[in-house]
Design a protein around this ligand. Structure first.
Ligand SMILES: Cc1cc2nc3c(=O)[nH]c(=O)nc-3n(C[C@H](O)[C@H](O)[C@H](O)COP(=O)(O)O)c2cc1C
Length: 156
């Protein structure tokens, strides 16, 4: 769930890390090595990813919904209020156009249940293809290992 205040990960995680005495796991908008590295810099010891793992071969969401994630930009979602929090979903306009296009390319249809129930993060805008879970995690961790040491040169 997402806070209705929509406080970004960049603003939230450092404050949580300051306020608590336990390890902090950052979540929200993290899809690759850059997000992982940023989360460490913000004070987290690890990350939880959601949306990027839905766009994997192993995920049980429909293949057509995965294609919607590949196609979507970060502005194609909105926050649907649910009580004191909310779920981020694809916007109606985007859904309509994407479904029409998918129909024309003879892709499998998106089950109604997926459209009604499946949340999706803004990070969908960073998803370029459907990969395996191993590819997602390996590239995230492997590239972060290479990325992090090089960042120090930005300070000089
Ligand atoms: C399909 C889906 C269902 C989720 N369901 C819940 C939920 O029931 N409760 C909750 O607190 N967070 C839920 N989340 C949020 C995730 O646990 C995670 O914090 C979030 O997806 C991380 O942000 P990201 O999608 O940008 O990686 C869900 C996320 C997705 C993608």
């Amino acid at each position: 769930m997402t806070s209705l205040e929509q406080v970004s990960t960049l603003v939230l995680v450092p404050q949580v890390a300051e306020a608590v005495r336990c390890p902090v796991i950052a979540a929200g908008g993290i899809a690759d090595a850059r997000g992982l590295a940023a989360a460490f810099a913000l004070g987290a010891v690890g990350v939880q990813v959601g949306t990027v793992l839905m766009a994997t071969e192993e995920c049980e969401v429909s293949p057509a919904f995965k294609q919607m994630m590949v196609r979507a930009r970060e502005t194609d979602t909105y926050l649907e209020p649910r009580g004191r929090a909310g779920s981020r979903m694809f916007k109606g306009d985007f859904t309509k156009t994407a479904l029409q296009d998918l129909k024309e390319t003879k892709s499998p249809t998106v089950p109604d249940l997926d459209l009604v129930q499946t949340g999706v993060g803004q990070v969908t805008g960073m998803i370029r293809d459907v990969r395996t879970v191993a590819e997602v995690i390996d590239s995230m961790v492997g590239q972060a290992r290479k990325l992090l040491p090089g960042l120090i040169s930005n300070l000089s």
